[in-house]
Design a protein around this ligand. Structure first.
Ligand SMILES: C[S@@+](CC[C@H](N)C(=O)[O-])C[C@H]1O[C@@H](n2cnc3c(N)ncnc32)[C@H](O)[C@@H]1O
Length: 238
C-alpha cells in the first residue's frame, strides 16, 4: 500500500471515483447502521460551551449533519480534499440543511486551514486509517479545538468477539469487495477498505496515541459488535 504523498493521492483519487455510490455502499455494507454510529459520535463530541464544530474529512457530509443535530452546535464546517465527495455532499445539504448552517471547504486534514483553537469540537468519521501521517492528523485536530473541547474519531475496527470475528473477516474481505465492485464499479476501492482496517491500530493503541498527542481523558466505545469504535479526548487548557 502506498505511503506519504502517494497514499494521499491514491486516497483522494479513489474517493473521487466512488463518490457517486459512496452513500449507497455505506448503507448496504453496514445494513443501515452507519448513520446511528455517526449520531453517537456526534453526541460524544457535543461541545459544552456550544458554537462551531468541525467535521474533518466530511466526505458527503453525513457526520456534519449529525453534528448539526446536536443542540449546542450552531454551525458546522465540513472539510475534505476530494472535490467529488464534496459535490455529492453539497447536493445532500441543499435538501437537508436548507438554512445553510453547514459550510463545505476543500482542504487537507494534515494542514487544516484554520487558526489554533477555532472550534468548540472537532470530529471525524472513517478518516484516520486513510491518513498518510496519523500523528500529524491528530495534532491538527487538537490544534484547532479550543481548550476544554473534544476531539472525536469514529473508525472501523477489527471485532474481537470469538466466532464473530471470523465471520466478519469473511464478510469484509470476501463479500464487501464483490459488492463494492457490483455497486460502484470499483472493486479495488472496496479491497483497499478491509486492508486499510487490517493495517490500522487496535483501539487501545489509538487511545494511547491520542493521549501522547496531548489529549486528556481519552476513552473509547466499541459499537456494532466491535466493528466500529468511537474515540474521544479533551483538549487541556493552554
Ligand atoms: C471513508 S470516507 C469518510 C467520509 C465521511 N466522514 C463519512 O462519515 O462518510 C474518508 C474521507 O476522508 C477524506 N480524506 C482522506 N484523507 C484526507 C486528508 N488528508 N484531508 C482531507 N480529507 C481526507 C476522503 O476524501 C474521504 O472523503
Amino acid at each position: 500500500m502506498a505511503e506519504g504523498q502517494d497514499k494521499a493521492r491514491y486516497v483522494r483519487e479513489m474517493f473521487t471515483r466512488i463518490a457517486h455510490r459512496y452513500d449507497l455502499m455505506n448503507a448496504l455494507m453496514t445494513l443501515g447502521r452507519h448513520q446511528a454510529w455517526r449520531r453517537i459520535a456526534a453526541g460524544m463530541a457535543g461541545p459544552t460551551g456550544g458554537g462551531l464544530a468541525l467535521d474533518v474529512a466530511t466526505g458527503t457530509g453525513d457526520l456534519a449533519l449529525a453534528l448539526l443535530a446536536e443542540a449546542r452546535v450552531r454551525r458546522v464546517v465540513g472539510l475534505d480534499f476530494a472535490e467529488g465527495m464534496l459535490r455529492v455532499g453539497r447536493e445532500k445539504l441543499a435538501l437537508k440543511d436548507p438554512t445553510g448552517r453547514v459550510s463545505l471547504v476543500v482542504g487537507d486534514a494534515l494542514a487544516l486551514p484554520f487558526p489554533d483553537r477555532s472550534f468548540a469540537c472537532v470530529a471525524s468519521a472513517f478518516l484516520l486509517r486513510n491518513l498518510a501521517d496519523l500523528g500529524q492528523g491528530l495534532r491538527e485536530m487538537q490544534r484547532v479545538t479550543r481548550a476544554g473541547g473534544r476531539v472525536v474519531a469514529l473508525e472501523i475496527t477489527q471485532p474481537t468477539l470469538p466466532g464473530f470475528s471470523a465471520v466478519f473477516r469473511w464478510y469484509f474481505h470476501g463479500l464487501v469487495p464483490w459488492l463494492g465492485g457490483l455497486v460502484s464499479g470499483d472493486r479495488e476501492a472496496y479491497t483497499y477498505l478491509p486492508r486499510s482496517v487490517d493495517r490500522f491500530l487496535p483501539p487501545a493503541e489509538l487511545a494511547r496515541l491520542m493521549a501522547a498527542t496531548g489529549l486528556t481523558d481519552v476513552s473509547y466505545r466499541r459499537l456494532g459488535l466491535g466493528t466500529v469504535t468511537v474515540h474521544v479526548g479533551s483538549v487541556p487548557p493552554a
